[in-house]
Design a protein around this ligand. Structure first.
Ligand code: NDP
Ligand SMILES: O=C(O)C1=N[C@H](C(=O)O)C[C@H](O)C1
Length: 254
């Protein structure tokens, strides 16, 4: 049995993942962590102050974190230093927060999957964007993303990963976040963020020349797509060598 604890248990992702884990025959949901406490899917949910105690009493194989950056920056090091494998989906981490997490994973000598997007489709799209960017580096590039009204970080973690891929493939380019007034396009990458309703997650990259536009896009219809990916990563990480992996490793994408 793979024993699992979920940080952010009562959140949109935490409840979706908890529902899946609780039905998996080879997994046992042993607890959750959130601001509010109680139970989810018959497992106890404790506050972050009680997280260490939960780890000692349940000894989870894997801790999954979908919270907010400030919480993940505290939860993940505690879990890693206690010896649990990590699945981290929380976005909006500062570089200092990410370094603290990476250091704790190294110090705890545990394996971890960290990804800004656990959907299979987005991981395929990232490889397509890399390929297109290498070949269309002289085209104008615009990136758009749209999410629900409650999303706290902008641009999305997925959009930041796309920007990183573009920068790696086409060399350093200025990033312009929205435009207003008298603007003249140069070689920048334009980045545009939309927030509204319950949009689950849309991302698109446009490569435009004077005669054509290539658009590579992805739309998630249901959070289950991220949750299923995180559960897949949870099963995959058990028994892996210590280190930080991505979904491309889980999905065996080169
Ligand atoms: N990598 C991926 O594929 C995906 C990543 N995400 C990311 O996952 C994160 C969560 O998203 P989502 O589920 O929509 O957000 P929610 O706000 O619905 O859920 C986050 C939960 O974490 C709780 N929380 C806040 N602080 C703490 C803490 N210190 N310890 C434990 N729990 C805490 C929140 O409580 P409260 O509401 O009371 O503050 C809330 O219940 C975001 O960063 C999002 O970008 C989302 C989808 C896919
Ligand atoms: O907060 C969300 O909802 C999502 N967050 C992730 C991100 O920031 O990229 C992944 C997905 O787009 C949904």
């Amino acid at each position: 049995m793979i024993k699992v604890v979920i940080c952010g248990a009562f959140g949109r992702m935490g409840t979706t993942i908890g529902g899946i884990v609780s039905k998996e025959p080879d997994m046992q949901l042993v607890g959750g962590v959130d601001i509010k406490t109680g139970t989810f899917f018959d497992a106890p949910v404790v506050s972050s102050e009680e997280f260490s105690g939960l780890l000692t009493s349940t000894k989870p194989d894997v801790v999954i974190d979908f919270t907010i950056a400030a919480a993940a920056a505290k939860n993940v090091p505690i879990a890693a230093l206690a010896g649990s494998a990590i699945i981290l989906g929380t976005t909006g981490l500062t570089s200092e927060q990410r370094k603290g997490i990476d250091d704790a994973i190294a110090k705890g000598n545990v394996p971890a999957v960290i990804s800004t997007n656990y959907s299979i489709g987005m991981n395929i799209l990232w490889t397509l964007i890399r390929d297109a960017a290498g070949k269309l580096s002289d085209y104008d590039i615009e990136l758009t993303e749209a999410h629900h009204r409650y999303k706290k970080d902008a641009p999305s973690g997925t959009a930041k990963t796309i920007l990183q891929i573009l920068q790696e493939e086409i060399g350093p380019r200025e990033e312009i976040y929205g435009r207003e007034g008298m603007t003249e396009r140069s070689s920048e990458i334009g980045v545009h963020v939309i927030r509204g309703g319950d949009i689950v997650g849309d991302h698109a990259v446009m490569f435009s020349s004077n005669y054509e536009t290539v658009t590579l896009s992805h739309r998630a219809y249901d959070r289950a797509v991220f949750a299923e990916g995180a559960v897949r990563a949870t099963r995959w990480i058990v028994g892996k060598k210590p280190g930080i992996y991505g979904m491309k490793d889980v999905l065996n994408l080169s």
